[in-house]
Design a protein around this ligand. Structure first.
Ligand code: FRU
Length: 497
């Protein structure tokens, strides 16, 4: 079937219940579905939206096009959770059904205001000439998860941006509301973060752009997300077209962060000791990360595990992508760390302790015929060199290879060249981390059928990736030319969805 523009933007009512059921069944039957990650019920999932804590539960939405693995008319699919790991699917709550979001309920955020959840999102509107008119819209979600849209937009496109103006993050600081938005400047056609303020959510004041760097941030910034971690502001965003000399990255578009020092939203300033953006994730597939501070002050983040403008192997099955697990943000030794939430440990079932067997120059089967949904913790002391193969066939013809050295020139390479169906090779099949010389390497690896999240050294780095292995790729093998020292545990993980 060809996805013409007309087809992508058909009203939801034009799709039959039968067609949707078929798509849902096809998605559920896929070999690449998840045990404990959020995937789409059908069609395409992209950005996490409206991540919040409301009415005693965690709320999370994702950008959804439920009718196929393409970007079309978007809505928000709603999930709630008691523990950040078991998610109850509530279905599509925010539909593109009004004059101000006729071509998509695009990304946005949510905040609890007076016993209700206020949702701020971008209404994507196209006119007859297919010219885009972005509106920043509001909606209230009540305690029964009933959503009511405001009849008028909060504000439209300012004179100083192009029509690339979207993804509001609503913040409240000292009694004033602020919205950060991804934008493209009209004169320079450069990426910016636009800043608006309001005392009542009705009248909005344009504060211009957030001053957070003097470097060129590419041609468009998407999905800004400001969060406080141990009292420091952290700015997370997606600068499209970022010069690789500013920040080195290999994915089509990066998702970066700047660890700040001070922020003054009235003045529009964000200062940092080092304003160079860093990759938030060193793997292959993270984008549009959304973070927020929970009522207890803790900072949580969740990412889209997928990228714009890239085809994925499940496109042929009419569904695509997933969300990352929720990550807790911390600052340790002045550096951002992303960790699994503690509740993840409750998914562990039978475990297997792993330690060095002192065989030299051998392939060691750490786990034979492992399930495809597990956690693997491995500690490698200094002076170790080898390869850890996940999703490996016995002969190692196929595997996701983690090549490491904890010696003088310490590194971790993640290679997905032989991990299964190839995709996005144009952007490289290897990702590398330079590690501190002669230091212990701690890996906490979460594997879930077609997604893998590798937390390195207590979350100082995370490498997230999709992979599409064959069923027989179910061994975990360590390979080394010399005697390896290691210690760890493998746990089978329970299903949450
Ligand atoms: C990022 C993005 C956002 C937009 C949304 C539309 O992936 O392009 O900028 O709001 O996706 O689905």
């Amino acid at each position: 079937m060809e996805w013409t523009r007309a087809k992508r933007y058909l009203p939801y009512s034009a799709w039959s219940a039968d067609k949707i059921l078929n798509l849902q069944q096809q998605t559920a039957a896929s070999d690449y579905r998840f045990y404990y990650h959020i995937g789409p019920t059908s069609g395409l999932l992209n950005d996490p939206n409206g991540f919040s804590f409301f009415n005693g539960q965690w709320h999370l939405f994702y950008q959804s096009f439920p009718f196929g693995a393409v970007h079309g008319l978007k809505s928000w699919f709603h999930l709630v959770s008691d523990d950040l790991i078991h998610w109850d699917k509530k279905g599509i709550t925010l539909k593109p059904d009004s004059k101000y979001d006729s071509h998509g309920a695009y990304s946005g955020s949510a905040r609890v205001i007076n016993d209700k959840l206020f949702i701020m999102y971008t209404g994507n509107v196209r006119d007859n000439n297919w010219q885009r008119h972005p509106y920043q819209n509001g909606a209230w979600l009540d305690k029964d998860n009933h959503l009511t849209k405001l009849s008028q937009p909060l504000f439209g496109q300012p004179a100083h941006t192009t029509d690339h103006f979207r993804d509001p993050q609503l913040l409240e600081l000292n009694g004033t509301y602020y919205a950060l938005l991804g934008a493209q400047d009209k004169d320079t056609l450069k990426g910016q973060i636009a800043l608006f303020s309001s005392s009542d959510l009705k009248e909005w004041k344009d504060l211009g752009y957030l001053k957070f760097t003097t470097a060129d941030m590419g041609y468009m910034i998407e999905c800004p997300s400001l969060v406080f971690v141990e009292n420091k502001p952290i700015l997370i965003f997606c600068p499209q077209g970022l010069n690789k000399e500013v920040t080195s990255y290999e994915n089509i578009y990066p998702n970066v962060f700047i660890l700040g020092d001070t922020i003054d939203l009235n003045k529009g300033t964000f200062t940092a000791l080092n304003t160079t953006p860093h990759n938030l994730d060193d793997g292959f597939d993270v984008y549009a990360t959304q973070a927020f501070n929970a009522p207890d002050g803790k900072a949580y983040a969740v990412s889209w595990v997928g990228l714009p403008d890239i085809s994925y192997p499940t496109d042929g099955e009419n569904w695509a992508h997933c969300l990352s697990q929720v990550k807790e943000l911390h600052i340790k030794n002045g550096k951002l760390h992303q960790r699994p939430v503690p509740a993840m440990a409750s998914l562990r079932t039978e475990g297997k302790h792993l330690s060095s067997n002192n065989e030299k120059g051998k392939k060691t089967f750490l786990v034979k015929q492992a399930s495809q949904h597990y956690e693997l913790k491995l500690t490698l002391p200094p002076q170790q060199n080898g390869k850890l193969h996940l999703a490996a066939t016995e002969d190692l013809a196929h595997s996701l290879e983690l090549e490491f050295s904890t010696g003088k020139n310490a590194f971790l390479n993640v290679k997905r060249q032989k991990a299964g169906t190839l995709f996005a090779e144009k952007y490289g099949t290897k990702r590398s981390l330079v590690l501190d010389a002669n230091k212990t390497l701690n890996l906490d690896i979460f594997f879930d059928n077609s997604v893998c999240e590798i937390f390195v050294n207590d979350g100082l780095n995370v490498l997230t990736l999709r992979l599409f292995p064959q069923r027989k790729q179910d061994n975990i093998i360590l390979e080394s030319n010399s005697t390896l020292n290691y210690n760890g545990t493998w746990w089978n993980l329970k299903k949450t969805n």
